[in-house]
Design a protein around this ligand. Structure first.
Ligand code: GCO
Ligand code: MN
Ligand code: MN
Length: 386
């Protein structure tokens, strides 16, 4: 029942299960796997797809001959295992050339290089089947605001995305862009830090219809925000093109924990939201195993991400079928048609009619809202005693 199937669209990045456990204070604790070995590992645990940054697959200094061999072997591994590549992205943060950002760098040479690197990476992603292209601006930010004007940064980022949208159109690629906000880390402050900021920015682009968001649990949690609410806003705007699932304590460093490892209740409401609205995109796990893990434990990590998602999905179904919970919800949302005329929007007549009403404020404030009972029932359902 909790076994992953292709229709669940569970994907992982090469960089997630391939993470070798290095952190700012210590070296790697696992030996690196090749992309082919990572594909095999993902197939073994039952994933549907694998995503990558250009340089997760092809090293930044690879020759054309090496590139071709690597891509050929990777394609063969995909064919052997049946895994697909729904999403690709560019590494615009690892190399020292991007120390001051990529598209927003103060150096026009670096900005041009970032654009060229991204066009090449788009070609590679499309060649392997990607239909979503993620932009995570990991280094698009500052440590000191004396170094860069945020208006210049916005202009540069906008110009880059406009250029790349045209590139995609010009080549006839079936590709949508998904912008991934993060408030900080590795920069002290990253531009467009939240889902809400990204959604507003998208509307300033030349082709907003090609661009949506890739919200990540950990990134909104770092900022202490309600992730499900952010996802709902993206969905409402028709912009939920992709999603990065993981977990994170509020206010900490970028933890990238296994999905559901920390905030079970938030994870439940998120899964319930995605399943209730019928989100049909990838469920991508952008997380990595604890530094203490060996590759057996990395597999436990990957299986755990998918299993927890499916357990929460089943809990959401139970929530929707639980007669006591549903009766409470019906009571809370009881319909009263008296003011239905307001849903038709403004008219002078409606305004007039509303102004003439005399409200019994005291009676209204006495309305029963049994949210304590509702929440306890939800908690009991999650704890498995319902
Ligand atoms: C992070 C980000 C990245 C991006 C990845 C794909 O915090 O490091 O979440 O993992 O998701 O670069 O764009
Ligand atoms: Mn992240
Ligand atoms: Mn991410």
């Amino acid at each position: 029942m909790y076994d992953p199937k292709p229709e669940h669209k569970f994907t992982f990045g090469l960089w997630t299960v391939g993470n070798v456990g290095a952190d700012p204070f210590g070296r790697a604790t696992r030996t690196a796997l090749s992309p082919v070995e990572i594909v095999q590992l993902l197939a073994e645990v039952g994933a549907y797809g694998v995503n990558f940054h250009d340089n997760d697959l092809v090293p930044i200094d690879a020759t054309a001959v090496e590139r071709d061999r690597i891509v050929r072997e990777f394609k063969q591994a995909l064919e052997d295992t049946g895994l697909v590549v729904p999403m690709a992205t560019t590494d615009l943060f690892r190399d020292p050339v991007f120390k001051d950002g990529a598209f927003t760098s103060n150096d026009p040479n670096v900005r041009a290089y970032a654009l060229q690197k991204t066009m090449n990476a788009i070609d590679l992603g499309v060649e392997l089947g990607a239909t979503v292209y993620v932009f995570w601006g990991g280094r698009e930010g500052t440590e000191t605001d004396s170094s860069k004007n945020p208006l210049d940064a916005a202009k540069r980022f906008r110009e880059a995305l406009n250029f790349l949208c045209e590139y995609v159109k010009d080549n006839g690629y079936n590709l949508k862009f998904a912008l991934e906000p993060k408030p900080n880390e590795p920069r002290s402050d990253i531009y467009l830090p939240t889902v809400g900021s990204m959604l507003a920015f998208i509307e300033t682009l030349e082709h907003p219809e090609m661009v949506g968001v890739n919200p990540e649990v950990a990134h909104e949690h770092m900022a202490g925000l309600n992730f499900m609410h952010a996802v709902a806003q993206a969905w409402d705007a028709g912009k939920l093109f992709h999603i990065d699932l993981n977990d994170q304590k509020f206010g900490r460093y970028d933890q990238d924990f296994r999905f559901g490892a920390e905030m079970i209740k938030q994870a439940f409401y998120l899964v319930k939201f995605l399943e209730d609205v019928g989100y049909s995109g990838s469920r991508h796990f952008d997380a990595h195993a604890y530094r203490s893990a060996d590759y057996d434990d990395v597999k436990a990590f990957a299986r755990g991400c998918m299993r927890t998602y499916l357990i929460l999905k089943e809990k959401a179904q139970r929530f929707n079928q639980d007669s006591e919970i549903q009766a409470l919800l019906a009571e809370i949302n009881a319909h009263d048609s008296t003011y239905d005329y307001l849903s038709a929007g403004y008219s002078a007549e409606a305004a007039e009619r509303l102004k003439a009403v005399s409200f019994d404020r005291v009676a209204l404030s006495q309305r029963k809202l049994p949210y304590e009972r509702l929440d306890q029932l939800t908690v009991e359902l999650l704890l498995g005693v319902r």
